[in-house]
Design a protein. Structure first.
Length: 131
């Protein structure tokens, strides 16, 4: 599977879970149409592709700049999603956006730490069995 496709799938996964949580906590309407589903998948996939900027292939981009690009790009994609679906964009939207962004960011970071820890543990076991 190509790297871009993996990032799209990861983005769609996070986007779908985030949207379902927003419905569960009554932040957004529970009326879901095919238009909303398709636009959410496209927007989430685009945000996943934006996450490529954090990939090791882009080490020449300083982390603060990469973070800013991702945050602004994500906000732009979500604003387009909001306008396309005729959803209101007010102060509560921005508060929700920041909270969701932080929750997803923390989730991604914890997931990466867990994966790195598992890889390091496997490497230790492999080295232990070789010696």
């Amino acid at each position: 599977m190509t790297k871009i496709l993996r990032y799209v799938i990861r983005g769609v996964s996070y986007g779908a879970v985030a949207y379902l949580l927003l419905i569960a906590f009554h932040v957004t309407s529970d009326t879901v149409s095919p238009k909303i589903v398709v636009s959410l998948f496209l927007a989430s996939g685009a945000i996943g592709v934006l996450s490529l900027i954090f990939d090791s292939d882009h080490e020449e981009v300083a982390w603060p700049l990469a973070f800013t690009i991702h945050l602004v790009g994500t906000a732009a994609v979500i604003l387009l999603l909001m306008v396309y679906n005729n959803w209101s964009v007010g102060l509560s939207f921005w508060i929700d956006f920041v909270l969701v962004y932080i929750v997803i960011w923390v989730t991604v970071m914890l997931n990466q730490r867990l994966r790195v820890s598992q890889i390091n543990q496997a490497l230790k076991q492999r080295a232990k069995h070789k010696s």
